[in-house]
Design a binder for this molecule. Sequence first.
Ligand SMILES: Nc1ncnc2c1ncn2[C@@H]1O[C@H](COP(=O)(O)OP(=O)(O)OP(=O)(O)O)[C@@H](O)[C@H]1O
Length: 286
Amino acid sequence: MTAVSLTGVSKIFNPGRPDEVAALSGIDLTIPAGQFVSLIGPSGCGKSTLLRLIADLTPASAGTVEVAGKPAARARLDQEYGIAFQQAGLFEWRTVQRNVELPLELRGASRAERRARATEMLALVGLADFAGHYPAQLSGGMQQRVAIARALAVHPPLLLMDEPFGALDEMTRERLQSELLAICAQTGTSTVFVTHSISEAVFLSDRVVVMSPRPGRITATIDVELGTRDDAARQSPAYFAAITAVRRALRGPGPVPDIVEAEGAAAVAAPSPRTSGPASSATAAP
Ligand SMILES: Nc1ncnc2c1ncn2[C@@H]1O[C@H](COP(=O)(O)OP(=O)(O)OP(=O)(O)O)[C@@H](O)[C@H]1O
């Protein structure tokens, strides 16, 4: 089963106008069900645009976008995915519980079903005791967990996340990364995750997709094999080798993009560019 399939996808904003922007070009990407894939690339390379195309929030200029084997527009109507952005985007006047219930309301679920599902999701993200709180009473990390619970409330097979932990401190971010992996493993959810952080991409992903500066193209895909993704994995040679592989793929032949470098990664002996190490196998696009 394929979670996401993009074929020959391009995106041009404002075509034919003086402010025309070629954001994406020739994107081919297939994500099998259950995979965790990160998109990484320099600022403005089209990562968010790619996510929005998958979510059918903006149309492709060329090519096809399928989610769960359906055209993206059909998949959106069928709520085949949940989405979480950098800002949690919670409704301040709704309790945590009622924020999580929202997508179920939109789906016309009964009150009892909404309540049961929201309770289940809040337990999953460790916020069962905060169901009656309002967003302003929660920390940033807790708000982001509510957003994840809301995104998962309809049990979507796919989760789309755009820098969801970007505004959080490092400790909270690492904790939520581990929680997210546990949730995805428990629910079998496929994930497409946009990030600027090489270390975050490597820790979370089965596959890191590296993009070129605008118009964004896929220049390399790096398979990451870390085994159990726990604290020890963050110290493993495999982790650092994968970080090095991603960083080298990002640098490519051009100037170094503004990407968050992983702490300590620079100290690791680097394998030759875009080669397979014990932790990763990198495939450079033609
Ligand atoms: N609605 C829009 N109208 C016109 N241009 C747009 C629109 N949305 C995005 N763009 C342009 O498309 C390009 C890609 O933007 P996008 O936000 O996808 O990049 P990104 O890789 O997510 O950037 P960042 O890492 O800085 O968040 C940029 O040049 C941006 O200015």
